[in-house]
Design a protein around this ligand. Structure first.
Ligand code: FAD
Length: 327
């Protein structure tokens, strides 16, 4: 069965100012479309029914990757994931994670801004409208029950952006712009652990660029998914670690993605590993600590227990990967 798109107006502003003005329209529901790899399926399923789509495709200033005067990597929001994957200017861990998103066809179209602004996902909402109507609309869909956790008044839809997890671990910041002006926001403050209000970005704000620090330390991203050729993460662990000359951990940022409505820092595990060498026992304890605060739900491919079991495995795997590069 073909599912048709609902009717909408399509605007293609050529400047950021015009795009921001179009998004500030108080009389109509307006959203941004970049690559459309998430927006279009959602519109077909009637999860999004905007009256106006504002395409960023003609705004040249949103494209490209450069190093600024301080050596930081600045990535324009409309840069495609394929371009990021192929760029030598981008920290290796970020380029590699971009290459692990979806499939080659999607990466040729999908953008960084769309990835970092990705809506949360859940088995109960990523379905056709007729399916959702028949089973009863969930909390995120305007209903009054979360079908994942019916006694919860919170939506448990999952953050599934691979690059949000890595950008957070790297200590990145994003530039947002709207008719009210520009602001820089650390990626750490960009997300809420709430499946509905998952972003601190206002609906009329355009993500302009991501800035990644010059020195990232040793970094890795370990992604669990069913099919390596296309699937969303069931779990993603990013670790960015530095060591002193004696091989003792001097700093650590460990982020666990795709198990909550936002990528989460495993702060207890981070604090535990600093000042220690990465022995087998230390890695095991870090994995255990990182798992404590994580509560995956049964709202994606595979059961929640399996995903919870895999958290310590992937945290250990990530820490081993950054330790190994010192050899
Ligand atoms: C089969 C399939 C597999 C996928 N697998 C993965 C995966 O493994 N990992 C993963 O992370 N994602 C995955 N995705 C999701 C999606 O394709 C990517 O996240 C992609 O990067 C989204 O980018 P886009 O440009 O297509 O976004 P769009 O669909 O255009 O937009 C997505 C959202 O971001 C907003 N937006 C877009 N650009 C901006 C901007 N500059 N400023 C503010 N808001 C903006 C839009 O309004 C919309 O809400 C998958 C999708 C499909 C269909």
């Amino acid at each position: 069965m073909t599912i048709r798109l609902p009717a909408f107006d399509y605007l293609t502003p050529e400047t950021l100012e015009d795009a921001a003005a179009a998004l500030a329209d108080p009389d109509r529901s307006v959203i941004i479309v970049a690559g459309g790899t998430d927006v279009v399926p959602k519109m077909k399923r009637r999860q999004m029914t905007p009256e106006v789509l504002v395409s960023l495709s003609k705004i040249e200033s949103l494209r490209g990757i450069r190093r600024d005067d301080e050596g930081r990597c600045v990535l324009g929001a409309s840069t495609t994931l394929a371009e990021i994957h192929g760029s030598s200017l981008v920290p290796e861990v970020f380029a590699s994670a971009a290459g692990d998103v979806a499939s080659p066809q999607i990466r040729n179209t999908a953008t960084l801004g769309g990835n970092l602004s990705l809506d949360t996902r859940c088995n109960y909402i990523d379905m056709s409208d007729s399916w959702r109507q028949a089973s009863g609309y969930c909390l995120k869909d305007g209903g009054d029950t979360c079908w994942v956790a019916p006694r919860s008044n919170k939506c448990w839809a999952i953050s599934s952006s691979d690059l949000a997890t890595v950008a957070l671990a790297l200590g990145g910041s994003v530039k947002l712009t709207s008719v009210r002006g520009e602001r820089m926001v650390p990626v750490e403050e960009l997300y809420n652990n709430d499946g509905i209000a998952y972003s601190t970005q206002a609906p009329d704000e355009i993500l302009v660029e991501l800035v990644l620090p010059k020195d990232c330390g040793r970094a890795t991203y370990q992604k669990l998914r069913r099919r390596g050729s296309i699937d969303f993460p069931l779990l993603g662990v990013a670790a960015v670690v530095s060591f002193d000359d004696a091989g003792v951990c001097a700093s650590a940022r460990i982020v666990v993605g795709a198990v909550a409505s936002a990528p989460l820092r495993a702060t207890e595990a981070e604090e535990f590993v600093v000042g220690r060498s990465f022995t087998k026992e230390v890695l095991e304890e870090a994995g255990r600590l990182a798992t404590q605060s994580v509560r995956p739900q049964d709202n994606t491919d595979t059961g929640s227990r399996y995903r919870k079991w895999m958290v310590p495995v992937f945290v250990e795997q990530a820490l081993r990967a950054v330790a190994d590069t010192s050899e």
